[in-house]
Design a protein around this ligand. Sequence first.
Ligand SMILES: Cc1cc2nc3c(=O)[nH]c(=O)nc-3n(C[C@H](O)[C@H](O)[C@H](O)COP(=O)(O)OP(=O)(O)OC[C@H]3O[C@@H](n4cnc5c(N)ncnc54)[C@H](O)[C@@H]3O)c2cc1C
Length: 434
Amino acid sequence: MVQTTDAVIIGAGIIGAATALELNRKGIRTVSVDKNPAAGYGSTSGSCAIIRVHYSTLEGTAFAYEGYHYWRDWADYLAAEDERGLAEFRETGCLVMCTEQNGNMRKHTELCEQLDIPFERWNAAKILERLPIYDLTSYFPAKRLDNPDFGKPGTGTVEEAVHFPTAGYITDPQLATHNLQRAAEAAGGTFLFNRAVTEITQSGGRVSGVTLDDGTEIHAPVVINVAGPHSAKVNAMAGALDDMTIATNALRQEVVHVPAPEGFDFFGSAFVTSDSDIACYCRPEKGNFILIGSEDPECDPREWVDPDDYDRNFTDQWTVQAQRYAQRVPSLGIPGRTRGVVDLYDVSDDWIPIYDRSQIPGYYMAIGSSGNQFKNAPIAGKMMAALVEYCEAGNDHDANPLQFDLPYIGRTVDVGFYSRKREINRESSFSVLG
Ligand SMILES: Cc1cc2nc3c(=O)[nH]c(=O)nc-3n(C[C@H](O)[C@H](O)[C@H](O)COP(=O)(O)OP(=O)(O)OC[C@H]3O[C@@H](n4cnc5c(N)ncnc54)[C@H](O)[C@@H]3O)c2cc1C
């Protein structure tokens, strides 16, 4: 079978689906292909889907603050029905502990001041008033369970934190992706599931489409790699790796799901927290549970894996993350039965994504989301659509990068910041924090 369209999008995760919506809104018809049975079943489904605004660079912070507004105005942004209902943004706020490791949040708050992002400094009394289950003893540096000093207090206590009100999380990241799929379909896009792209074809010096595992050919002058942790494999398939200075690789992650301490309404009264003293981030989950993720401390091994062949079972990492959070919440009960998520980040060399064209005319990539781009999906989709339009109109994005307006916050981003050919950005945290 042969099909023809304006653009093929490889991947129907949250960023792929947002890109589909935005291209169709520009009148560029898309076919999205995903080897999973539904939208958002890749790494998006494992996401904690935290929406926060503090990042280590001005560009990252501006992009995240712009991104926040789409979730706040989700129904208006979609302007389409979904028979399954709309995803919910619980705007709980986010509390970040001030530590030596994050420079007591001075740089982050300076960036927020430049961008008029609201925040408040809380002292220890205020933290404990809002989180009475907390013990603010310092445990830095993070350790593994086999370290005899695990659980022994370090020096001092956490004395301050920064609260960002324009933050929270999406309760169902898969549903959010389905919402985008329905909106993209309403705008003219098509989705094919249970089909893998096995070849990216070229003709006349540019991309000409894809071939699927059932032999279907889809002819299109534009192909976009939004394949999440498979991004490097898809780039290799296209022959697009040669001029890239930034690589992407799949990194295994575990997220812990435990009950909140009895008698404390964590779901109703807690918020997203980021705590570099114990190297954990966490958020409330329905049923009065807590999700605990890792902030990738130096002592933890980084497990780079083949995205088609990795261990989906929990390991010691689950226990170490739960125990680290129990240092902060001594009343935390850690059940014998492990629950949570094992999934993959698609990590770039500097933990900043690549939103770019490639050396092959017509072939683009929105990859390297490094565990921190769920929140940015709508604005990333908008930017990718603008990039396709810019390049297909004959502009040389490598030499004269697209300058892209962030409509809500009224700033312009130099899209060259996300180049596949950039030097490693030393301002990055080199972690999931971006
Ligand atoms: C455990 C975890 C926690 C996270 N927490 C947060 C968070 O709190 N906040 C935040 O902002 N971000 C978070 N992230 C990151 C965020 O979830 C990702 O950045 C985002 O979901 C990536 O979306 P995507 O569309 O790029 O990729 P994916 O959702 O991975 O989608 C890629 C799709 O491509 C498909 N595909 C791959 N190869 C092919 C092929 N050859 N043919 C057809 N289809 C193919 C796959 O099947 C998949 O569905 C987290 C990620 C993980 C894993």
